[in-house]
Design a protein around this ligand. Structure first.
Ligand code: SAM
Ligand code: SF4
Length: 384
């Protein structure tokens, strides 16, 4: 008898989403009798590819994967200097973008495979028509958390509708509080629209509202203390994100990132009473969280470059054209669109679940953000 212990595409043997007791079903009774199963189990543990209790999934490094970011479009109404070149990116054909019912099918499989947290993103998710239909479908599936990342400029018109559809909370990107600078960083945006979006989100109860700031030397570093001070009187959670060199550099504006330590030092200079460690407002995110004395909101730092959090990474991404990405900064992709469009109805779910297994098994231990040349997609084409 040949035993396979591998991370091959069909490696049912190394990752099981089902109950622990379902392990045995994979092994013939004679093997069980000979006690070899114990050896096999020990090997599974030592290779750190673990089957999980219930429907939870662990990867080769023992990380539980329970979070899926779903990018619904590669289109965007802005052109942020750190994300894409001024002319934008070559766009996918409409027929190559997953339809809402296809996304829901993937999510049904994801839920069975242990995904409990879903984030809708893009491109800009709000440029896609009828997003509330998708949110309603996701909400009906009973995920623990449904959130969205948006640039906020269209949010004022949708916050209430999305809340009613079942969206729980939003993260809004806002890289400057100065109108001229906001327009310079986004190349096309108006700060009034983004601020109106944030206000509408708070009014609609899409809380906690988190504000994402990508900090860049020479662009907005001198504003970090002003942004941190927003948390003193407003119940918002400002998160400072280190710039990541994702995707090809051609046509990109000269942007240099700033380490979280430097950002924190800038903030500490002027925030009264300094910062104390705090618990994160919600979600399963990688931010290290602080609070200024007496503040209503919190301040977070997402330090992918200076303090990588790969050890606790719990996420997968689904690109708009139906590829599962185990890591933002690795070219590895597992195609689910092909399965959605060409598999027989009877086997489709099983094959998508298998695709999830493959994606999880191929999740790298750490990101390769320093190797920009190996990355073909930009953030907006993956789903940030
Ligand atoms: N359009 C939406 C937005 O801007 O919030 C959602 C998509 S955007 C790609 C998701 C997040 O990625 C945003 O918070 C954005 O600031 C961040 N982002 C984009 N490019 C980045 C980069 N090179 N480094 C760090 N963060 C980046
Ligand atoms: Fe668009 Fe978001 Fe990228 Fe800015 S960061 S260009 S808003 S996708």
């Amino acid at each position: 008898m040949v035993l396979r212990i591998s991370a091959s595409p069909n490696a049912e043997s190394v990752l099981l989403p089902g109950k622990r007791s379902s392990w045995k079903r994979l092994f013939p009774p004679d093997l069980e009798r000979e006690g070899l199963i114990c050896v096999f189990r020990r090997l599974l543990i030592s290779s750190r590819v673990t089957a999980a209790k219930d429907n939870r999934m662990n990867d080769r490094f023992g990380r539980e994967i329970n979070y899926l970011r779903v990018s619904v479009t590669d289109r965007c109404n802005l052109r942020c200097v750190y994300c894409m070149p001024p002319e934008g990116v070559p766009l996918l054909r409409h027929e190559d973008i997953l339809r809402y019912e296809e996304i829901l099918t993937v999510l049904a499989a994801a839920k069975k495979m242990g995904i409990s947290h879903v984030r809708i993103t893009g491109g800009e998710p709000l440029v896609r028509k009828d997003l509330d239909h998708l949110v309603r479908g996701i909400a009906a599936m009973g995920f623990e958390d449904i959130s969205m990342t948006t640039n906020g400029t269209l949010l004022a018109g949708y916050a209430q509708i999305l809340k009613e559809a079942g969206l729980i909370r939003v993260n809004v990107s806002l890289d400057s509080l100065r109108p001229d600078r906001f327009s310079k960083i986004t190349r096309t945006g108006r700060i009034e629209d983004a601020l109106a979006g944030i206000q509408a989100a708070v009014r609609a109860g899409l809380e906690p509202v988190k504000v994402n700031v990508v900090v860049m030397a020479g662009w907005n570093l001198d504003e970090v203390a002003d942004m941190a001070r927003l948390t003193l009187n407003l119940p918002v959670h400002v998160r400072f994100i280190e710039y990541m060199p994702i995707g090809p550099s051609d046509g990109m504006e000269e942007v240099s990132g700033v380490s979280s330590d430097l950002i924190m030092a800038e903030i500490s200079k002027t925030v009264p009473g300094g910062l104390e460690v705090s618990t994160a407002p919600s979600g399963a995110g990688p931010a290290r969280t602080y609070r200024a004395a007496g503040a209503k909101g919190t301040i977070g730092f997402i330090s992918a470059m200076s303090k990588p959090f790969c050890d606790s990474c719990n996420r997968l991404r689904l690109t708009p054209d139906g590829k599962l990405r185990p890591c933002l900064a690795s070219a590895i992709e597992v195609d689910v669109k092909e399965i959605l469009r060409s598999s027989r109805q009877g086997s489709k779910m099983r094959e998508i679940e298998e695709a999830f297994r493959r994606a999880i098994l191929s999740k790298p231990g750490a990101h390769e953000l320093w190797d920009r040349e190996s990355q073909a997609r930009r953030m907006c084409q993956i789903g940030g």
